[in-house]
Design a protein. Structure first.
Length: 438
């Protein structure tokens, strides 16, 4: 098997070994990707891959009990058990939302709950790969002092936890006052060097790129394609959970656009190796206040015009200058994709509506659900479609968002607590009144 390597995603022919500390093509400046020996992977039949994945899904022991490392040949084939840093990520459950599906005229609507995860977001899927690879690189003698990232809260939490588990120092660049307290405390607890900077995410991203250019710090943002190698498994796992059927639509919230890119990569790999025979349509969902891709799409162009991202409840996608733009555009073109956005009220209501069927949706998941509703109501998503919405984080990371909604009088799904004296009679009266309709 030929070793996996970095190649230029623009296709200029540049290629580098995975031990190289490089984040952009040195010839043309394009983003990088990881190229595996597909000819060798293709020698195994689709049927055999499915059997292998099914067998490993029954294992509890790490690393192969991990949703990512159970598919290790497709991720980082050269890593051995001792290199792998796993916290038991992946195998994110699918939650059916039959009520919402019926109201929207869809035949199937499910939430892929990537927030049900060690650090509470989908970032774990990619971070296990990046940190494992860094551990391997350090063993190969590559002089890396620490790993570093800019973050809207979830990347830093994942990096801090995996780096702590690996015994590798981490540094996180955070936009002051723009992440939830629950997210801020995660890297603090895991012993990261937390830099709280007086700028927004795009400013943090510029700074981390500048500092990691020479300081022996390894960049762990999704600009680094190692992250996407893990995140692409989301598509593989989803198809496996669907008995290798493909949904009609997958809806995913987009900020820096790494995750949407990874989703497309995963489906492409499944097609290439013959495990599926068609592509789903992909919808990228943005918050109205941080919507550069939705604006471009509506304007009929894929050209990037960065915006200054406005404040939104969906703080983890408050990003105005997405790094993975060209990767995501390629995916949208190949998957007959669409882009739409959601207002603050729409995202809040959609998250709360899904909660009524057992979710605890974060605001970004709310954005994806609200865009699903828009697409279903406008007919872009045909009646009877089978849809999976990617839930990217756990609502427990955003308690102020959840509490704020239920404190708001008049919001359609608000459920404020009933204040009562400590008196059984008063309780019974309320029970008679409130449970009468049930
Ligand atoms: C909860 C959550 N949802 C969605 C996203 C968007 O992912 P991406 O930046 O890869 O588009 C992020 C991270 O930016 C996130 O933390
Ligand atoms: Zn290039």
């Amino acid at each position: 098997m030929r070793p996996s390597r970095f190649t230029c995603s623009v296709g200029c022919g540049g290629a580098w070994p995975l031990t190289e500390v490089i984040y952009r093509c040195s010839r043309c400046g394009g983003l990088l990707e990881v190229a595996h020996d597909l000819a060798s992977l293709g020698q195994v039949s689709a049927r055999e891959w499915k059997a292998r994945f099914a067998e490993r899904s029954a294992r509890a022991r790490l690393p192969e009990g991990s949703g990512i490392w159970g598919k290790r040949e497709w991720v980082m084939p050269h890593l051995e058990d001792g290199d792998i840093v796993s916290l038991g990520e992946g195998w994110n459950p699918l939650l059916p939302l039959p009520g919402m599906a019926q109201r929207l005229g869809l035949s199937r609507l499910e939430l892929k709950q990537c927030g049900v995860s060690p650090t509470g977001s989908f970032k774990d899927l990619g971070m296990t790969v990046l940190v494992s690879q860094v551990r391997w690189m350090r063993r190969q003698g590559v002089p890396l002092r620490a790993v570093a990232c800019a973050s809207t809260g979830d990347t830093s939490a994942a990096l801090a936890a995996y780096a702590a588990a690996a015994g590798i120092p981490s540094v996180v660049f955070l936009p002051q006052g723009r992440i939830s307290p629950a997210q801020l405390v995660q890297p603090l607890a895991n012993g990261s060097l937390v830099l709280s900077l007086d700028t927004d995410f795009d400013g943090c991203m510029r700074l981390v790129r500048e500092v990691t250019a020479d300081a022996g710090l390894y960049l762990a943002n999704s600009m680094n394609p190692l992250r996407l190698e893990g995140q692409k498994i989301l598509a593989v796992e989803l198809c496996q959970q669907w008995d290798w059927e493909v949904p009609d639509w997958v809806v995913i919230p987009g900020g820096n656009l790494g995750n949407a890119s990874a989703l497309g990569m995963g489906f492409e790999l499944l097609l290439r190796l013959g495990l599926i025979d068609r592509r789903p349509r992909i919808a990228v969902a943005q918050a109205e206040r941080a919507n550069p891709l939705a604006r471009a799409y509506r304007g009929g162009t894929w050209e990037k015009h960065a915006v200054v991202a406005g404040e939104t409840l969906a703080s983890a996608i408050q990003i105005g200058d997405p790094v993975s733009w060209p990767r995501a555009v390629r995916v949208l073109q190949a998957f007959n994709g669409v882009v739409d956005d959601a207002s603050e009220a729409e995202l809040s209501d959609a998250a709360a509506e899904a909660d009524r069927e057992g979710a605890f949706a974060c605001p970004h998941t709310g954005v994806a659900l609200a865009v699903t509703a828009r697409l279903a109501r406008s007919g872009v998503m045909g009646g009877g479609s089978r849809v999976v919405v990617i839930s990217t984080a756990h609502g427990l990371k955003f308690p102020a968002f959840k509490a704020g909604y239920h404190a708001t009088g008049g919001a359609p799904w608000a459920n404020p607590p009933q204040l009562l004296p400590a008196d059984a009679g008063a309780i019974k009266a309320v029970l008679d009144q409130r449970l009468a309709a049930a």
